[in-house]
Design a protein around this ligand. Structure first.
Ligand code: FE2
Length: 202
């Protein structure tokens, strides 16, 4: 296996005004591409070349003592998923079973959204906030630093993740990370994709 940069699943200008074409050009064409190119170089030297992306992530996590291969492999996975966690005219109604489960585990959809935004805002420095179906069968909101993700930590299945590295919002929101995470969860999320992952993991 080698890492490959997928095309965005929508037009660069189709997430505006919540995420601009300029942000997507830099984020996908430069940042994600760099994870692919650097990851492939490091993969060559690693002895993990025959493994799946998930196996490379787990195999290079090394109890959190992460190096270059982990950072690039995990960020490749995170970004492939991230593009699919958004869609033009996103947000809106949440498919029934998933909505029911969110209410069951968080009290309300708004309480989930508040927890998700809070996790994104309080992740100090670069990282991600997540909606995870935990190994105990409960939904939970978590946050991780840099490229670390739920595959690496083994805390459950990632159903949704929001990139809170500055490269994902600085062009459109400058330093206002709360506004960006709020726009993500209210106006960008592809809930059909999240529901698909929920059904598969349930
Ligand atoms: Fe990113």
């Amino acid at each position: 296996m080698s890492f490959e940069l997928p095309d965005l699943p929508y037009a660069y200008d189709s997430l505006a005004p919540y995420m601009s074409a300029e942000t997507l050009e830099f984020h996908h064409d430069k940042h994600h591409n760099a994870y692919v190119v650097n990851g492939n170089k490091l993969l060559e030297e690693s002895g993990l070349k025959g493994k799946s992306l998930e196996e490379v992530i787990v195999g290079s996590y090394n109890g959190g003592a992460v190096g270059g291969l982990f950072n690039n492999a995990a960020q490749h996975w995170n970004h492939v998923e991230f593009w699919n966690w958004m869609k033009p005219n996103g947000g809106g109604a949440i498919p029934g079973d998933l909505e029911k489960k969110l209410i069951e585990d968080f009290g309300s959809v708004d309480a989930f959204k508040d927890a998700f935004v809070q996790a994104g805002v309080t992740q100090f420095g670069s990282g991600w906030c997540w909606l995870v179906l935990g190994t105990d069968g409960k939904l939970q909101v978590t946050k991780t630093a840099n490229g670390i993700n739920p595959i690496a930590t083994g805390e459950g299945t990632a159903l949704l993740g929001c990139d809170v590295w500055e490269h994902s919002y600085y062009i459109d929101y400058r330093n206002a990370r709360p506004d960006y995470v709020q726009a993500f969860v209210n106006d960008l999320v592809n809930w059909e994709r999240v529901a698909e992952l929920f059904e598969a993991a349930s």
